[in-house]
Design a binder for this molecule. Structure first.
Ligand code: OOG
Length: 255
């Protein structure tokens, strides 16, 4: 069965803009992973045409906890834009999301343009700083249910991010404790080691994915490494904080 890339890309873009969920596509019109990335690309083009600017990329399903929570088993990637940046320590209006969830992550700041596949050892040389971060994911699909192809088409549920203080020293990042609190109560406990064994591996993976796509990540780009634990649903009034031991804290309050 043939699918219409542009129709799906437009529907996903509209769903994101209006915070209106839609039914999964792949259950009745299956498409390939390559087609899913093409839908993602076309959908993002619509945003850029409206003035949004790419600020980097995010990786998804880099931890077992996330793969198990969502029932998928492959690393995925999507785009971050300036419109997704939420203020650190500020209020996040949940009205622009459908059913948002928070994930504890680390965010990398690219110091040297990444334009080729990097090894794990090389990856650190391209990174200027790292920060504790919270990704706000929001699937455009009803009930947060999707196949791998659906979620890739939906720009990997990318919706918002909050980035904490930057550290230039990356030592200890391979196994730092990660705590996510909701209203001060521990909600998720993990380690950065849960992110591909070492979050710098997300930078190496990002370099391969971007190179394979014939693209590059300019200096100043952000790379969200992927969640260290399962995600937590957000509700109005809740204060969310993520602490990465030795690297500080990132937080926001839901409105
Ligand atoms: C897909 C995005 C997963 C992560 O860090 O694993 C992700 C989803 O669960 O909706 O961002």
């Amino acid at each position: 069965m043939s699918i219409n890339i542009s129709t799906i890309a437009t529907a996903l873009d509209q769903a994101a803009r209006h915070a209106e969920p839609l039914a999964q596509f792949s259950t009745h019109s299956p498409f390939s992973l390559a087609q899913a990335y093409e839908i993602q690309r076309v959908s993002m083009q619509r945003r850029y045409a409206d003035g949004e600017r790419s600020i980097g990329i995010k990786l998804g399903f880099t931890s077992r906890a996330k793969m198990q929570q969502m029932g998928v088993d492959s690393l995925i990637w999507g785009w971050l834009t300036d419109a997704m940046l939420e203020e650190e320590g500020g209020e996040v209006a949940l009205s622009r999301y459908i059913h948002p969830r928070a994930e504890p992550e680390v965010c990398f700041l690219v110091g040297r343009t990444i334009d080729r596949p990097l090894t794990l050892l090389e990856a650190a040389e391209y990174i200027e700083a790292v920060a504790p971060a919270i990704e706000i994911i929001d699937s455009r699909y009803e009930a947060f249910k999707f196949s791998l192809e659906d979620v890739v088409a939906d720009n990997c549920s990318s919706s918002g991010l909050v980035v904490g203080p930057w550290s230039r020293n990356l030592s200890g990042l391979d196994n730092a404790g990660v705590l996510m609190r909701l209203d001060g109560q521990l909600a998720q406990v993990g380690s950065t080691a849960a992110i591909l064994g070492n979050p710098l591996r997300s930078v190496a993976e990002a370099s391969k994915l971007v190179s394979e796509a014939g693209l590059s990540l300019p200096a100043g780009s952000l790379i969200m490494a992927g969640a260290a634990t399962a995600a937590e649903a957000l509700r109005p009034g809740v204060h969310v904080s993520v602490e990465v031991a030795g690297f500080g804290e990132s937080a926001f309050t839901c409105r």
